[in-house]
Ligand binder design. Structure first.
Ligand code: ACO
Length: 326
């Protein structure tokens, strides 16, 4: 049994923040942001939108695209670093809104690698025969955890959600060929939001110390991202006996254009095979790869049989890759 993506959907909030808007908020320039990150604008959720609201919109679009009824979904797997609340899971909130009563529903946390982790879990559930039809969702509102006075992080992130319906098939025509997921928690302090967890509950003191905001060691993260994304891309290719020339489309996590270019150069991937939309959305964490995939699908850029390589890297540190035959 192979896991096949049979429908995709995504949703980004309406409000756009451009580099010029950021120029008015912190000591930065459009030129610095464009050249150092590749970003031009990003979306930001409105005050009354939470992770589940974005997720529901994306999920409805994916269900429609797949022509699958909510009642046919057996499991909802939702990757996010920015859930509606500590518990219950955002997956449960989405489940109720979609009317998928009784199906298993849970969140997974792997920061920007959340999609690859979720795809890997989905693949295993389907391969084992446990479930046939799974709704995989990613949703992120990282802008809620940004210190808007910190120019080194506030320019980087955007909000959004994506979803896909994944179904088991006996056909070898297409589907998920392999997934590889990794982590190294000794680098946990590279990207973190410390406030609000059980080690540092929300208090006046934690807020005064700005512990509810994301902290990131940008430079160190950059180097690890290039190294690990390259390694896991090579791992996916060699595990399946493919060469880089077999790849039709490369969708890397959209964290920084310089990371994407460095990884692509090391792998020797031709520029026309790399999908980049970082200029429109910034870093949307676990959403970036499936959001890109949805754009590619809707743009009619994929043909049956195309081989797609997806690689991600994020807080944890976590990283991973997936190879999908379309
Ligand atoms: N505008 C202008 N200047 C800035 C800005 C800004 N927005 N931000 C930083 N600078 C300055 C710094 O203060 C520094 O100035 P100095 O030399 O006078 O000290 C200078 O620019 C260079 O700073 P660096 O941090 O070395 O800049 P760098 O080229 O590394 O770019 C960036 C920073 C964009 C954060 C980069 O390191 C990066 O993309 N890192 C990876 C982030 C990532 O991959 N995250 C993925 C996971 S996120 C997750 O999992 C949720």
């Amino acid at each position: 049994m192979r896991a096949k993506i049979i429908g995709t959907g995504s949703y980004v909030p309406e409000k756009v923040i451009t580099n010029y808007d950021l120029e008015k908020m912190v000591d930065t320039t459009d030129e610095w942001i464009r050249t150092r990150t590749g970003m031009v604008e990003r979306r930001i959720a409105s005050n009354n939108e939470a992770a589940s609201d974005l997720a529901i919109m994306a999920a409805k679009r994916a269900l429609k695209d797949a022509d699958v009824k909510a009642k046919d979904i057996e499991m909802i797997l939702l990757a996010t670093a920015t859930p509606d609340m500590l518990f219950p899971s955002t997956a449960c909130i989405v489940q109720t809104a979609l009317g998928i009563k009784g199906a298993a529903a849970f969140d997974i946390s792997a920061a920007c690698t959340g999609f690859i982790y979720a795809l890997s879990i989905t693949e295993e559930y389907i391969k084992s025969g446990k479930y046939k039809t799974i709704l995989l969702i990613t949703t992120e509102l990282l802008t809620r955890y940004i210190d808007w006075t910190d120019r080194s992080t506030c320019i980087l992130f955007g909000d959004g959600a994506s979803a896909m319906v994944i179904q088991g098939t006996n056909s070898r025509d297409g589907g998920v060929i392999s997934t590889h997921i990794h982590a190294d928690g000794s680098y946990a302090d590279f990207i973190s939001v410390q406030g609000g967890g059980s080690r540092c509950v929300v208090s006046h003191e934690s807020v005064d110390k700005k512990l509810h905001f994301m902290k990131m060691k940008g430079n160190e993260t950059f180097k690890m991202a290039v190294k690990m994304m390259t390694a896991t891309a090579r791992e996916a290719l060699s595990y399946n006996g493919f060469s880089v020339d077999d790849i039709n489309l490369f969708i890397p996590h959209q964290a920084n254009i310089r990371i994407i270019n460095a990884v692509s150069k090391k792998l020797g991937i031709a520029p026309e095979k790399i999908y980049i939309n970082i200029e429109k959305y910034g870093n949307t964490s676990a959403v970036s790869i499936p959001l890109a995939l949805d754009e590619v699908v809707k743009g009619g850029r994929l043909s049956k049989g195309d081989l797609i390589l997806m690689v991600a890297f994020g807080g944890g540190l976590t990283w991973g890759s997936a190879l999908v035959r379309w």
